[in-house]
Design a protein around this ligand. Sequence first.
Ligand SMILES: C[S@@+](CC[C@H](N)C(=O)[O-])C[C@H]1O[C@@H](n2cnc3c(N)ncnc32)[C@H](O)[C@@H]1O
Length: 313
Amino acid sequence: MAHVQSEMCEMQLNGVPELMDLLHIDVEIDVVDGKPGREDAPCSKNVLRKQRNWERQLASKKSKRKEEKQRRKLNREQESGSSTDQPQFSKRVMKAITKERLVEAQSTGLKLCVDLSMTDCMSDKEISRLAGQLRRLYGSNKKAAQPFHLFLTDLREDSRLYRECIRMNAGFLNYMMDITEESCLDLFPPESVVYLTPDAEEALETIEADRVYVLGGLVDESIQKKLSFSRARELSVRTARLPIDEYMMKKNNAKNFHSKILAVNQVFDILLTFCVTGSWTDAFQMWFPPGKGYVVTPCDSPTLSATLTLHED
Ligand SMILES: C[S@@+](CC[C@H](N)C(=O)[O-])C[C@H]1O[C@@H](n2cnc3c(N)ncnc32)[C@H](O)[C@@H]1O
C-alpha cells in the first residue's frame, strides 16, 4: 500500500492532481527521500493543496496574458482604422513601410528614453520581466503609425539586463533604436527632459516635440517606492505623471485594489495612442489595464468637466 501511495504521490507532484480529485482519495502520505514514514514530509495534504493552488494561479496568469494579447491586438486594429477600410499590404510591403517609419522616426520622431540605470537593485526575475516589457515596447513602436525615436540609456554591455535582452528578444541587437551606455543627460540638455514617474505632482498635459520623455526601466515586483522620482530628482529634471486622476476614477472591486503604477510598455502604449488621437480619454480607454481598479471618467462627469475647464483656462 505504501508503495502505491508513494507512486500516487509522485504522480501528483508530476502534475496530475485532478486524478486525486476524481478518485476522492484523501492522501496523507509521508515520504522522505522516496521512503514513507515521517509526518512532516513533503507530500502532505498541505503540499498537494499548495501545488494545486500554484497550478490554478499559473493557469489564471496564462489566460490573463492571452486576454491581454487579444485586447492589444483589437486595440491596434481599432487604432489603425480597422482592417476593412485600410488597404491590405503584403507582409513584405508592411515590413518595408515599418522600416521606413522607424528610419524616419530616428531623425524626426518624438524622443523617448528608457532609463536603465537602476537595474542593479533588481532580482533576476525582475530583469527577465523587464526584458519582456522592452520587447513589447519595441513591438508597439514598430506597429505605430507615428513611432518614437527610442533610446535605451545606461544599458551596460556587461549587465544582466543586456544579456537577458539578447537571450529573450530575438534580433535585439538589430532593433531600430539607440542602445547606449550613456545616460539621458549625456545625450540631451536637462531642460528638455521630462521624467515620467507615478509620484510626480505635475500631470502630463501633452507631448511636445522639443522635449525628451524618460521612463524608468523598473518592474514593480519588490515595489521600490519612488525610485524613479528620486532618480529624476538626482538628475534635476522636470517630472510628470500620467493624468490618471484627471481622466479616470476608482472602480469598486472585490479586493479594493487601486493602482496607478503601470509597466513601462503599458505607459508607452498610452503615450503612442495619445500622440495619434490627442485624447487621454481614448488612450486610457484603450490601454489602461483593467485589473488596476480604475475606469475612464464618463465625459459628463463633474470631475472631468471641471478638469477640462481648468485646462481650457
Ligand atoms: C513599474 S513603474 C516603476 C514604479 C516604481 N515604483 C518607481 O519608482 O517609479 C516603471 C516606470 O513606468 C513609468 N510609470 C508607471 N506608471 C506611471 C504613471 N502613473 N505616471 C507616469 N509614469 C509612470 C515610470 O517611468 C516608471 O519609472
